[in-house]
Design a protein around this ligand. Structure first.
Ligand code: AMP
Length: 191
């Protein structure tokens, strides 16, 4: 199995690259942000719980997020592997994911982290907010909070996978094709 964590701050181009990587490697794309938005759109209990955190730019509690992720993997077992996008975002999520994959005699192959500086990210997300319909994309203070979360909490996940030499930094500046080539180079080296 090829299991990729596509890592990087919000607005670093993870969604775009994930869909290209899915086509290239024939993987299932799992974005916890997309799963939450789907649940919120359907006003499910999970969606309603997540909404209060997401609207403020806070992380949804680990227990809720991990349960939702496991459910998605368990209902899609027959795949070549997964691209995890926006997950894991905390150390607890990373440890749970590793234990969960180990039960399936699988593991994370590689974590690729897209690097884009903060001001460029704010610019990109505000621009995305013009068309995305996402309220968390329209307010600069919420965007900065999401970047703060990434820097404070989520970046620990990079260091966690670096211990087993699985973390690779990839510049997120350039054309979609250039960034895609950097990602596939990094993934092919490690698989
Ligand atoms: P994203 O689309 O990945 O930027 O996620 C949008 C929002 O969903 C985030 O700002 C968080 O509030 C929430 N979220 C998505 N993934 C996670 C996660 N792995 N852990 C906690 N909260 C998450």
């Amino acid at each position: 199995m090829l299991n990729i964590i596509l890592f990087g701050p919000p607005g670093s181009g993870k969604g775009t690259q994930a869909s290209n990587l899915v086509d290239h490697y024939d993987l299932l794309h799992i974005s916890t942000g997309d799963l939450f938005r789907y649940e919120m759109g359907n006003n499910t209990p999970l969606g309603l719980e997540a909404k209060s955190y997401i609207a403020k730019g806070d992380l949804v509690p680990d227990e809720v997020t991990i349960g939702m992720l496991k459910n998605k993997v368990n209902t899609n077992p027959d795949v070549n592997g997964y691209i995890f996008d926006g997950f894991p975002r905390t150390l607890a999520q990373a440890e749970s994911l590793d234990a969960f994959l180990a039960e399936k005699e699988s593991e994370i192959t590689v974590l690729t982290a897209l690097e884009v500086d903060d001001n460029e990210i704010v610019k990109r997300i505000l621009n995305r907010g013009l068309t995305s319909g996402r309220t968390d994309d329209n307010d600069e203070s919420i965007i900065r909070k999401r970047i703060g979360n990434y820097n404070n909490e989520t970046a620990q996940v990079f260091d966690y996978y670096a211990k087993s030499n699985k973390s690779i930094k990839v510049s997120g500046i350039g054309s979609i094709e250039e960034i895609f080539d950097r990602l596939t180079y990094a993934i092919d080296k490690d698989k």
